[in-house]
Design a protein around this ligand. Structure first.
Ligand code: ARG
Ligand code: GLU
Length: 722
C-alpha cells in the first residue's frame, strides 16, 4: 500500500513536471500572474514584485542590456557592472597593443582615474514595461496586406511613443510579441559613458577557447567589469571627463554560499532570438539546408584566418574578436543540428501538428479559420527554400570578405553625393571614416585576399548560376576561370584594401570620390553582387517571407486557441526576460552522467603549458598549490562553473544567475553542447545553461588580480548561514 501510494506521488509529480517543464523566457511584468506560484514551488523565496516593480527599486533596476548584444548587472552602489569577458572583449581588444596586451595579460584599473572610456559603448536600463497591444493594432484588419498592416502599426507605434509618459532623458520602443499578436512598450534609460574597470587574461576569461566553447564540463572565468558614469545629476550623458560614477537604484547582493543540486535559480537578461513555434518544414530546412550551408562557409573562412593568426602575433590580436564571433555561431549550428536530430525534434513537431490538426478538424469554426494553415505553411517554406539558401550564401560570403564592406562604404559616400549633394556627402563621409578607421585597425589585406579566393570559389561552385553576379562571371571568364588570378588582379587594381590610401581618398573632394567609385573594379563587383542578390533573390524572398509571417501569426494564435491547457511564452526578441529552473546535472547519452559543478582542479587537469587554449597563468597555479582561496573556496576546493535548467539563448551572456532570494550566485555565459537546439526545441532533460560561479569571479578579482578595492564596493552576503 505504502509502495502504491509512493508510486502515485511520483507519477503525479512527473505529470506536473511534464506540464510545467522549466522551459520559457517570461516577461517580467507578467510573472505575478503567470509564474510566481510555480517559481515558489521550485523554491523561490521572494515575490514577483521583488523582481519587477515600477515603483520601488526591484531587481530589474540592476539589470542592463549591455552594448546591444549582451546583458550586464550592477554590483555596487558606485555603478560597477559585471558582464562576460566575451561581451567586453571588443573593448579589451581595442585598448590592446603588442606592448600593452590586455587580451593576453588582463587589465585592472587601480582607481577611477585609470578606468578606460569606450567610444560608442552603452548600457540600457528598462524603466517600465506596458502592454500596448490594443493601441498598436488599432485600425488593423484581417484583409490588409502585410505592408499595409505594418505601416498602420508603425504609425500607431509612433503615436504611442510620442504620447508615452517619460522624462526627457528617457526613451521608449515598442516591440511585437507572439508573431505580432501582442505589443509591449519599454521605457528605457541609456548611459553612454561606460569605462573598462577590469578583465582577466584570456587564459582565464576565455580558458578552453573554441575547443571548450558550447561544452560542459567547463572551466572558464568568462567575466569582465565596467563602470557606468553619469553627469552631475546622476543622469545619462555622453562621455565627459568630469562625469561621475553612477549611483544605481538597485545593485545586486552577492552570495558567498554557492548553490547545491536542486536549488532554485533564475536568469534575468536580454535573450536575443528563438523560434520555438516553427512548423516542421521550417525546422527541417534549418537542419538540412541553412545550418549546413552556413557551417560549410564558415569552416573555410575560419581555416584561412586561423592559419594567419597562429603564425603572426599582430594578426592574432587584430582578428581575435572576429574569429571568435565567426567560430561561435559555426560551432553552435553544428550542435543545433545534432541536438535536433538526437531529440527527434522533427518527429515531435509532426506529432504536435497531427494533434493540432485533429483538434482543428473537430471544431467547425477552427476548421474554417485554421484548417489549411499547416499545409499553407509547408507550401510556403517549400517555395522559400532555394532563396533562403542563396541568401545564406550571399550574406555569409560578402560579410566575410571585408573588401566588400569597404567598397560598400565608399560607394555609399559617392551615392549620397550623387543623390543629395555636398551636405549629404560630408555627413556620410564622416560616418564612413569612422567605421573604416575601426575596420582597418583589425584588417590585413593578405588575409582578405585569401578569404576572397576561398569563399568566392564556394559562391561560384555551390550556387545556382541564376543567383550569381554576371560581373563576377565576366571577370572569371576573362581570366580563364582562375579565381586566384581574379583576386590578385582585383586587389592590385583597387586601393580599397589599403588603409592609408582609402582614408586619403575620403579626405579628398566629393568629385574625387565620385570619380573613383565610378571606375573602381572592387566597387563595380560589389554593386553587381548587391544588385544581383536584390533582383534575383531578395525580392522573391521578401515576398514569400511576408506570406510566411502572416501565416505564422495566425498559426501562433491558433496554437493558443487550440492548446488551451498549454502556457505559452513569447519567443525571445532581445527584450528583458526571466527564466528559471533548478541546478541540475544531466545524462547526455547512455552511461554518461554529468555533474553540475566544476572546480579549479579541473582547470589544472586541462592545463597544457604554453598552449593557445589551455594555458594557465602561473599565479593561478600557485594559488591552487597553496589552496589559497580565501573566503571564496568551499571544503578546500575552488568552485569554477555550474549548470542549471534555465532556458537561455544568445544575448543572455553576462546575465546574472540569482538564487531564491535574488542574490547573485553566478554569471551566465553559455549552454551545453547537447542542448544548443533549445532555441528551436527545448528539452528539459538535456538543455542546461552554463554559469561561472560568482565566487570564482571574486577569487580572480581579489586573490589573482589583487583588486580588493573592487571587492570593498560590493555587498557580500551569506544567505545559507543561519
Ligand atoms: N558560446 C558562448 C556564446 O554564445 C560564448 C562565446 C564566447 N567564447 C568563445 N570561445 N568564442 O556567446
Ligand atoms: N554565449 C551566449 C551569448 O553571447 C550565451 C549563451 C547562449 O547562447 O546560450 O549570449
Amino acid at each position: 500500500m505504502k509502495y502504491i501510494k509512493h508510486l502515485f506521488v511520483v507519477i503525479c509529480l512527473s505529470i506536473v513536471s511534464l506540464v510545467k517543464a522549466d522551459e520559457g523566457m517570461w516577461l517580467p511584468l507578467l510573472l505575478e500572474k503567470m509564474n510566481e506560484k510555480h517559481m515558489k514551488s521550485l523554491g523561490m523565496k521572494m515575490s514577483a514584485k521583488d523582481i519587477y516593480s515600477i515603483n520601488s527599486g526591484s531587481l530589474k533596476d540592476a539589470i542592463v542590456s549591455f552594448n546591444g548584444g549582451c546583458t550586464g548587472e550592477v554590483i555596487s552602489s558606485k555603478g560597477l557592472i559585471l558582464t562576460n569577458h566575451h561581451c567586453g572583449f571588443d573593448a579589451i581588444q581595442n585598448h590592446s597593443t603588442l606592448e600593452r596586451n590586455y587580451i593576453r595579460d588582463g587589465f585592472w584599473a587601480a582607481n577611477h582615474g585609470e578606468e578606460i572610456p569606450n567610444k560608442g559603448m552603452f548600457v540600457t536600463f528598462i524603466i517600465r514595461i506596458e502592454d500596448v497591444t490594443k493601441q498598436a493594432l488599432n485600425g488593423v484588419t484581417p484583409v490588409m496586406t502585410e505592408s499595409e498592416r505594418q505601416s498602420t502599426i508603425d504609425k500607431n507605434i509612433n503615436e504611442i511613443r510620442k504620447t508615452a509618459k517619460k522624462e526627457s532623458y528617457q526613451d521608449g520602443f515598442v516591440r511585437g510579441f507572439f508573431e505580432g499578436n501582442q505589443y509591449y512598450m519599454f521605457i528605457t534609460e541609456t548611459y553612454r559613458d561606460i569605462r573598462l574597470v577590469g578583465a582577466p587574461p584570456s587564459s582565464i576569461g576565455n580558458f578552453g577557447k573554441d575547443t571548450d566553447n558550447w561544452m560542459w564540463p567547463r572551466h572558464t572565468g568568462d567575466f569582465s567589469m565596467f563602470r557606468i558614469y553619469a553627469n552631475k545629476e546622476n543622469k545619462p550623458s555622453e562621455y565627459a571627463e568630469d562625469n561621475i560614477p553612477y549611483t544605481p537604484k538597485k545593485s545586486l547582493n552577492i552570495s558567498l554560499d554557492g548553490v547545491a543540486e536542486g536549488d532554485f535559480t533564475m536568469v534575468f537578461g536580454f535573450p536575443g532570438r528563438t523560434t520555438q513555434y516553427l512548423q516542421s518544414a521550417a525546422v527541417e530546412q534549418i537542419m538540412t539546408v541553412n545550418d549546413p550551408a552556413k557551417i560549410a562557409i564558415r569552416e573555410k573562412a575560419l581555416a584561412v584566418i586561423d592559419g594567419y593568426m597562429r603564425s603572426d602575433e599582430q594578426i592574432k590580436i587584430q582578428y581575435a574578436a572576429k574569429y571568435a564571433g565567426i567560430q561561435n555561431s559555426y560551432k553552435k549550428w553544428q550542435g543545433e543540428v545534432l541536438g535536433l536530430t538526437s531529440t527527434n525534434a522533427l518527429g515531435k513537431k509532426k506529432t504536435y501538428e497531427a494533434e493540432f490538426q485533429k483538434r482543428v478538424n473537430g471544431n467547425p469554426q477552427w476548421k474554417a479559420q485554421y484548417g489549411t494553415l499547416l499545409g499553407d505553411l509547408e507550401a510556403a517554406y517549400g517555395e522559400i527554400k532555394p532563396y533562403g539558401y542563396a541568401r545564406d550564401y550571399y550574406l555569409e560570403i560578402t560579410s566575410k570578405i571585408e573588401l566588400f564592406t569597404i567598397a560598400g562604404w565608399v560607394n555609399s559616400v559617392s551615392a549620397a553625393a550623387l543623390k543629395d549633394g555636398e551636405k549629404a556627402f560630408t555627413q556620410r563621409r564622416d560616418q564612413a571614416r569612422n567605421v573604416l578607421e575601426g575596420l582597418f585597425g583589425e584588417y590585413n589585406s593578405e588575409v582578405d585576399v585569401k578569404l576572397f579566393e576561398t569563399l568566392i570559389e564556394m559562391y561560384v561552385k555551390d550556387q545556382d548560376q541564376k543567383y550569381q553576379s554576371p560581373f563576377l562571371r565576366k571577370l572569371l571568364s576573362e581570366n580563364g576561370n582562375d579565381i586566384n588570378k581574379v583576386a590578385t588582379k582585383l586587389y592590385e587594381e583597387t586601393i580599397l584594401h589599403d588603409a592609408k590610401k582609402t582614408m586619403q581618398l575620403l579626405n579628398g573632394t566629393m568629385e574625387d570620390v565620385m570619380a573613383f567609385a565610378k571606375k573602381d573594379k572592387a566597387i563595380q563587383l560589389y554593386t553587381d553582387l548587391v544588385a544581383t542578390y536584390s533582383n534575383e533573390v531578395s525580392k522573391k524572398l521578401n515576398e514569400v517571407q511576408a506570406r510566411i509571417n502572416k501565416l505564422n501569426r495566425t498559426y501562433m494564435q491558433a496554437q493558443m486557441d487550440v492548446f488551451k491547457e498549454k502556457t505559452f511564452y513569447p519567443d525571445a526578441n532581445s527584450t528583458l526576460r526571466v527564466t528559471y529552473g533548478k541546478v541540475k546535472g544531466y545524462n547526455p547519452r547512455d552511461a554518461v552522467k554529468y555533474d553540475y559543478y566544476t572546480y579549479l582542479d579541473g582547470v589544472m587537469d586541462k592545463y597544457v603549458p604554453g598552449d593557445y587554449e589551455f594555458d594557465v597563468p602561473e599565479k593561478i597555479q600557485t594559488l591552487y598549490k597553496n589552496k589559497d582561496y580565501g573566503q571564496y573556496g568551499t571544503n578546500g576546493k575552488m568552485p569554477v562553473c555550474f549548470i542549471a535548467q534555465n532556458h537561455t539563448t544568445g544575448g543572455n551572456s553576462g546575465s546574472p544567475a540569482l538564487d531564491a532570494y535574488g542574490n547573485l550566485v553566478g554569471l551566465n555565459f553559455d549552454r551545453v553542447w547537447e542542448g544548443t537546439m533549445s532555441d528551436i526545441n527545448y528539452d528539459p532533460s538535456i538543455c542546461r545553461n552554463i554559469m561561472v560561479d560568482i565566487r570564482y569571479v571574486l577569487f580572480i578579482v581579489d586573490k589573482y588580480a589583487g583588486a580588493s578595492q573592487l571587492i570593498k564596493e560590493m555587498k557580500l552576503v551569506h544567505p545559507k548561514r543561519k
